[in-house]
Design a protein. Structure first.
Length: 277
């Protein structure tokens, strides 16, 4: 009876260690197989991306990351998934992927690019800056973040260029509101908006018109000194501008631009020729 128990114990121990050995061996095989699956999924994703099937490519890149998250290929797969969503104009999906990438791989060397691509997602979502400033302001914040934290990166210069465009967007909104107030004869509100353009967006294409509108508005309110001050600013900085010619007319009703004189001469010449027809 005792002998039988001993045999059973040894048999049980044999089965236990045999199973453990099998499990260890199987685990090793599975781990190797998972890595090869991950690489294969990544390559399939890249192949589909090149073929133009971006959504399926993103799915394969996500699959590659999940299969072997501790691999050096995992952050590459995550970033590629974000990029293909962006390329497909799925900005909300790209945004989610990029935020996850930044949180999961904060020390990855591609972090500057992830921040830049996230800024571009915000930027591309700008539909009507006159109604919704949210995406525009988020893009502005992120581009400023890139310039501050990664000034030597390849993306800092692009960020500066995009910030200039954002300034134009913001200035155009101020101009739109100012003009609306001017049409409604809300002079003070209109003046304040035009002054915002001059003071905060002086590098944009709208500053010349804003200066002219201030000349007009102050003159119409009888504040000629203020009107002349803005006319002087316009003349000093933008003397060849059409808006300077318009401002000149505010103070000199007899003034005619060179273009008007030229057109007038052409009209007189036509009349003269008709005399001999």
């Amino acid at each position: 009876m005792n002998f039988l128990k001993i045999i059973l114990i040894f048999f049980s121990a044999f089965l236990f260690f045999t199973n453990c050995a099998k499990k260890e061996k199987t685990s090793l095989i599975v781990e190797e197989d998972v890595e090869s699956q991950m690489i294969r999924a990544f390559k399939e994703g890249y192949k589909e991306f090149e073929a133009g099937d971006n959504l399926y490519a993103a799915k394969k890149f996500n699959e590659a990351e999940l299969l072997f998250p501790q691999s050096s290929w995992a952050p590459k797969a995550a970033l590629m998934a974000a990029y293909v969503y962006y390329a497909q104009d799925y900005y909300f999906d790209a945004e989610a992927e990029l935020k996850r990438f930044i949180k999961t791989y904060p020390k990855n060397p591609d972090i500057p690019y992830a921040h830049f691509l996230l800024a571009m997602c915000y930027y591309e979502k700008i539909v009507d800056e006159k109604k919704d400033l949210g995406p525009l302001l988020r893009a502005q914040e992120k581009f400023n973040f890139i310039i501050k934290n990664y000034p030597e990166s390849d993306y800092a210069l692009d960020a500066e260029y995009k910030l200039d465009l954002i300034q134009d967007y913001l200035a155009s909104k101020e101009m739109y509101i100012a003009y609306h107030y001017m049409k409604k004869k809300k002079w003070i509100a209109s003046i304040n908006r035009y002054k915002t353009v001059v003071e905060q967006y002086e590098k944009t294409v709208y500053v010349e018109e804003a200066l002219h509108r201030l000349v007009e508005l102050y003159f119409s309110l009888g504040l000629e000194n203020e009107s002349q001050r803005y006319a002087s600013l316009l003349g000093y900085n933008y003397q060849s501008s059409k808006w300077y010619e318009k401002s000149y007319k505010v103070f000199n009703n007899e003034y005619k631009s060179k273009l008007e004189i030229k057109n007038e001469k052409k009209g007189m010449l036509k009349k003269f020729k008709k005399l001999f027809d």
